[in-house]
Design a protein around this ligand. Structure first.
Ligand code: ADP
Ligand code: MG
Length: 260
């Protein structure tokens, strides 16, 4: 596979910080023959470091596929993903798993906690699996920031949805990853609990210096991001920097109307 030697897109060279993760010509197809579905179609994207990026688009537009490919959870059909200086396609499965554990946090809509482990054990699981010890001071500050100090001995079934998602966010933050992906993290939460989780994700960018990428259907969630990427039919079709609610709603309406 040849890697295009094209320079980074103009906006990285000017206003924005360097990319935490970058995709070049990223395509992903599922199935074959008449059942073939092109989930991503030659997407070029760079996620700026230390910022909050939201991803929006109709259902089936490729948002989850993009997140999974950027996070090394799935291999693209063509194109490449670069995490910092590392091209993920050059890594073996074992090396990719190791890199993912160290450099990437992922928050799923359905929490994906291990039911038999306590909140504390779930939070430190990525470290345990990688044979690492938690940094106690960091762990304490994350647990305090997420309001989980009195829930650490509870198992997921003994926690509310909002608490479970905060445990999942703590688990994503505890390795101090280069980037945190969240795929509709508020999709299973009521609006008040969802808003609280969004504030915590925003704080993880502002106070812990993390880079966050979040898929959301909710325009009022997207506006807490520094920029919003819009996908349609597997393509990146628009970007808004410093999004206002009006601008997001206008973009979504334009997507609904389809190409002019
Ligand atoms: P979104 O998250 O925006 O709803 P997805 O990335 O989940 O979109 O899906 C994009 C397209 O790829 C959809 O048409 C979906 O049906 C298809 N797709 C996703 N995952 C698979 C899979 N494992 N097998 C077959 N098709 C898939
Ligand atoms: Mg999805």
């Amino acid at each position: 596979m040849t890697k295009p030697a094209s320079p980074p897109r103009e906006r990285q060279e000017t206003a924005l910080p360097p990319a935490a993760v970058r995709a070049i010509g990223l395509s992903k197809a599922y199935g074959s023959g008449p059942a073939r579905v092109v989930a991503l179609d030659t997407v070029d994207v760079a996620i700026p470091t230390g910022q909050f990026t939201a991803v929006m688009g109709p259902s089936g537009s490729g948002k989850s596929t993009l997140m999974h490919c950027l996070a090394g959870l799935d291999r693209p059909s063509s194109g490449s993903v670069q995490l910092g200086d590392v091209a993920l396609d050059t890594l073996s499965d074992a090396a990719l798993t190791d890199l993912r554990r160290r450099e990437i946090g992922f928050v799923f809509q359905s929490f994906n906690l291990i039911p038999t482990l306590t909140a504390a054990e779930n939070i430190t699981l990525p470290l345990t699996l990688g044979g690492r010890r938690p940094d106690r001071a960091l762990l304490t500050s994350i647990v305090a920031a997420l309001g989980l100090a009195d829930r650490l001995g509870h198992r997921p079934a003994e926690l509310s949805g909002g608490q479970q998602q905060r445990v999942a966010l703590a688990r994503a933050l505890v390795t101090q990853p280069r980037i945190v992906f969240a795929d509709e993290p508020t999709g299973s939460l009521d609006s008040r609990t969802g808003a609280e989780l969004l504030r915590l994700m925003r704080r993880s960018v502002d106070e812990f210096g993390r880079t966050v990428v979040m898929v959301t259907h909710d325009p009022s969630a997207a506006v807490i991001a520094d920029q919003v990427l819009f996908l349609a039919d597997g393509r990146l079709v628009a970007e808004l920097v410093a999004p206002s609610l009006e601008a997001v709603l206008e973009r979504l309406a334009a997507l609904d109307r389809g190409p002019a």
